[in-house]
Design a protein around this ligand. Structure first.
Ligand code: ATR
Length: 473
């Protein structure tokens, strides 16, 4: 067996795992132990990156022996059963005080379960959300670790050394206990779904309303990326729209099949939000839009359904593009506001002390939703940690004041033109729902009392009331 010479280990040598191991190895003072179920992959990675100085093992026992105590290992294998299998293996060779980190995309309830089971053996278990894809893993991701405060003491400095850095601050913080990290990573992915859908709707509206080419729209996104909307997703959208298909010479976006896939984290976000009773309508519409896109039979059968007459051509293309930019900004604020509402509700439900401002901070770099305006979110929560809805912070009220008229024009134009804009329009409906002094929920309560004697409350008296409706049976 090899000597205990590594201070950190990584299990799983697929793309994310090997990149994270290389990132760790590139930081001063780290010696990285590596292990993969199939040894060929471990050998291949060791051979491909000799400078990393990896300490490679072909058995889990050897891997454990190669780690200094307390041992720390980051699991980077497929979420689900593979993760459980590796945790079981590790608990057999690790000792109390050691730390197992799951850096995969686990469902937070699995992390809560695993943390409790591993903790019972005296070993620490940390579920850590890692965002940023392949490049982030290699160069600096945004990391959202849960788990105990003791584990964070050992793990914190290591994670800080490999995370993305913005304004001198590493994009990692101890999010909360047990599944808090994976919960926040899940919400991050939900917001990412909404943001991507909003950008896609903006592109579609501009293209169909102005007739601009994808390359021209790429320039618009590149321009937007110099202002309030500056973000990784806007930046890569410009790149995607610019791309030409080498086989046909057509814009690549026109030859890509228009059926969006997913790995399920958006669905988890919406399912969780439904359970928590939090309207994350922007995220939900983004998930539904992907589902609808992936129903070719229904779409084909519906192509003859009537739509509006005439072509959609806007009178003033520049003004329309600016309206769409403002609608995108407003809807994006709503998506984040809804995501943070879900974080607040999750923290309350599961007993996590999550600092919202810190979350916005660690999302500023490394991760897919990194964006300039996250600074404003951090400031909003710093000013008022008990903010009941992010969109009501003074800065965002000002954003709404300067965007809402354009947002409405865009939603009207989309509806009249028959262009689907589910995320734009549902975000606007949510916004108006928040604003409304009276909601027709009063009528719903009346209906519920009518058919089910579910009772209602009154605006002018305390207590619970039931009406003997004329139709009472
Ligand atoms: P990525 O997205 O980074 O490319 P992934 O598909 O999430 O990778 O995970 C693949 C990794 O999970 C591989 O390291 C794989 O090991 P093998 O190379 O031996 O296939 C690992 N993995 C999958 N199932 C596993 C299991 N039951 N036990 C251990 N490792 C497993």
């Amino acid at each position: 067996m090899s000597e205990a010479q590594a201070n950190i280990g990584v299990i799983g040598m697929a793309v994310m795992g090997s990149n994270l191991a290389r990132n760790l190895a590139s930081r001063d003072g780290n010696t990285v132990a590596i292990f993969n179920r199939s040894a060929e992959k471990t050998r291949a990675v060791t051979a491909e990156f000799p400078d990393a100085g990896f300490v490679a093992s072909e058995t889990i026992e050897e891997f454990a022996a190669s780690l200094q105590k307390p041992r720390t290992a980051i699991i980077m294998v497929q979420a689900g059963r593979a993760t459980d299998a590796v945790i079981t293996q590790l608990t057999e060779v690790f000792e109390p005080g050691d730390i197992i980190v799951d850096g995969g995309n686990a469902l937070f309830t699995d992390t809560i379960r695993r943390e409790a089971a591993v903790r019972a053996t005296g070993i620490n278990f940390v579920g850590a959300g890692i965002s940023g894809g392949e490049e982030g893993a290699l160069l600096g991701p945004s990391i959202m670790p849960g788990g105990s405060a003791e584990a964070w003491e050992t793990l914190g400095p290591i994670l800080k050394s490999i995370a993305a850095v913005v304004d001198g601050e590493p994009c990692v913080t101890h999010v909360g206990t047990d599944g808090a990290g994976h919960f926040v990573k899940m919400i991050h992915n939900g917001i990412e779904y909404a943001d991507m859908q909003l950008i896609a709707e903006a592109y579609d509206l501009i293209r169909r309303g102005t007739g601009k080419t994808p390359a021209e729209i790429a320039d618009i996104f590149a321009e937007w990326n110099t202002g309030e909307l500056e973000s990784y997703l806007i930046e890569i959208t410009a790149e995607v729209l610019k791309q030409v298909d080498p086989q046909t010479g057509a814009p690549l976006v026109d030859v890509i099949l228009d059926q969006a896939g997913s790995k399920g984290t958006g669905v988890w976000t919406v399912q969780t939000a439904l359970d928590l009773g939090i309207p994350v309508s922007g995220i939900a519409e983004a998930v539904f839009a992907r589902s609808l896109s992936s129903k070719p039979a229904q779409r084909a059968a519906s192509s003859a359904l009537p739509g509006p007459d005439g072509d959609f051509v806007v009178a003033d293309a520049d003004a329309f593009v600016e309206d769409v930019r403002l609608a995108l900004y407003a809807s994006k604020v709503i998506a984040y506001s809804q995501g943070f509402d879900a974080i607040v509700a999750g923290a309350e439900q599961y007993g996590w002390d999550i600092k919202k401002g810190e979350i916005a901070k660690i999302w500023r770099g490394g991760c897919i939703i990194r964006a300039r305006f996250l600074n404003r979110i951090t400031e909003a929560y710093a000013e008022d940690p008990a903010l009941v809805a992010l969109v009501t912070a003074p800065f965002f009220v000002d954003v709404m004041a300067s965007t809402q008229a354009a947002w409405r024009r865009v939603v009207v134009a989309a509806a009249e033109a028959g262009i689907p804009s589910p995320a734009f329009s549902s975000s606007l409906a949510y916004y108006d729902g928040l604003r409304a002094e009276r909601l027709p929920a009063a009528l719903v309560q009346g209906q519920r009392d009518f058919f089910g004697a579910h009772t209602y409350k009154r605006v002018d008296q305390d207590g619970t009331f039931h009406t003997l409706w004329s139709g009472d049976r």
